[in-house]
Design a protein around this ligand. Structure first.
Ligand code: SAH
Length: 341
């Protein structure tokens, strides 16, 4: 059966016309879909027979909330969703002064193998559909009675390893007849897959691309990120991305004690960031018990930040939210899986 939530409003209209129904029915259905409905029977302004025939023709995904945790420190919420096939993914809701932001997963598991990341431990299970990614936004809004203004694809999975579905999701979530979020308020984060970055640049979307760099030299980067394609190649494809889209990139840099926090590495990172006009986001590593890597101390992070600033790099240290609720990628899913074993 066709997954109705993954259809674009244009495709839905075609399906509805093909059924011999008037186009306004498609608009009514889109109007319901963006509110996070669980069943066609909820679409109360449609005739009963139409609801029945939609049910026969289309499937409708809706995740089940398996676990919700709210940080007592900062109200960050973390949600573990059960999917229709029994897999689960997690979503984080962050409340900022300027609005609510959700961090969504793009795959069940991940095959990139980063040494510090909990999401990759069991490998890749499957990609998420566009509709399932949209569900994460819609049901986080519904469960918490909030409206979301920003979306970051920084949860479980590698978005550029699921690019077709991610592009479809971006279309759905920003469509005026859909959830109508501005693409300017969406960030896609990648471990730096060059082919994916190139394909994304062809779409010329006004999203923000965030590259998880984590090390400015190939020796260190290949050690902690097996997907490393080579810093030089990555820099070239990032330059091409900027040239095509006019959008500056940002670098994510998780600070790991004794691994990527030396003065020399600050200097190399500064060179790369300046070459690309990239913003650098330093993140104190979130400790993942299975991984044994430790965060750099606050003093080392301050020094590293100072060295970057001296070289004229635009740098922020990410405020760590949800430290008391396993809010780092894949940690909640990991716990859930450990318990089931
Ligand atoms: N696959 C994508 C998006 C998911 S990870 C990517 O690699 O960007 C989202 C971000 O969290 C990435 O920058 C990732 O490197 C980082 N991350 C993963 N585990 C972390 C940890 N234990 N501490 C800090 N950041 C971590």
């Amino acid at each position: 059966m066709t997954d109705i939530l993954s259809l674009t409003p244009e495709e839905l209209k075609e399906e509805i016309l093909a059924l011999g129904l008037p186009a306004f029915r498609a608009k009514q259905i889109s109007g319901w879909l963006k509110t996070g409905v669980r069943d066609f029977s909820e679409m109360s302004n449609l005739p009963k027979e139409l609801r029945e025939s939609l049910k026969e023709r289309f499937s409708l995904t809706a995740p089940v909330l398996l676990r919700a945790q709210t940080s007592e420190l900062d109200q960050t919420g973390k949600f573990l969703w059960g999917l229709s096939d029994g897999n689960c993914v997690e979503t984080v809701l962050m409340r900022y002064r300027y609005g609510n932001s959700v961090c969504i997963s793009s795959q069940v598991g991940c095959r990139q193998g980063c040494a510090f990341c909990a999401s990759t431990i069991g490998g890749l299970i499957r990609p998420l559909t566009a509709g399932e990614m949209l569900d994460e936004v819609l049901f986080t809004e519904k469960e918490n009675d909030v409206s979301v203004s920003n979306v970051v694809l920084m949860g479980i999975g590698e978005p550029l390893d699921n690019l077709d579905n991610v592009l479809r999701f971006l279309h759905l979530v920003s469509h005026p007849e859909g959830r109508n979020l501005s693409l300017r308020h969406i960030t896609v984060s990648t471990c730096g897959l060059p082919e994916g970055i190139r394909r994304l640049s062809e779409e010329k979307l006004p999203i923000t691309l965030s590259v998880s760099l984590h090390a400015p030299d190939d020796e260190t980067r290949s050690r902690i990120m097996p997907s490393n394609c080579g810093i030089q190649r990555l820099a070239e494809v990032c330059e091409e991305y900027f040239a095509r889209t006019g959008r500056r990139l940002s670098f994510e840099y998780a600070m790991i004690a004794g691994v990527n926090d030396s003065d020399r590495q600050a200097e190399l990172l500064a060179g790369l960031a300046r070459r690309l006009g990239a913003h650098v986001n330093l993140i104190p590593l979130n400790y993942v018990a299975e991984r044994g890597l430790k965060p750099s101390s606050p003093a080392v992070i301050r020094r590293f930040q100072g060295l970057l600033e001296e070289k004229g790099v635009n740098v922020t240290v990410r405020r760590s939210l949800g430290g008391d609720i396993d809010a780092s990628c894949g940690q909640l899913r990991r716990k859930h899986m450990n318990k089931q074993q």
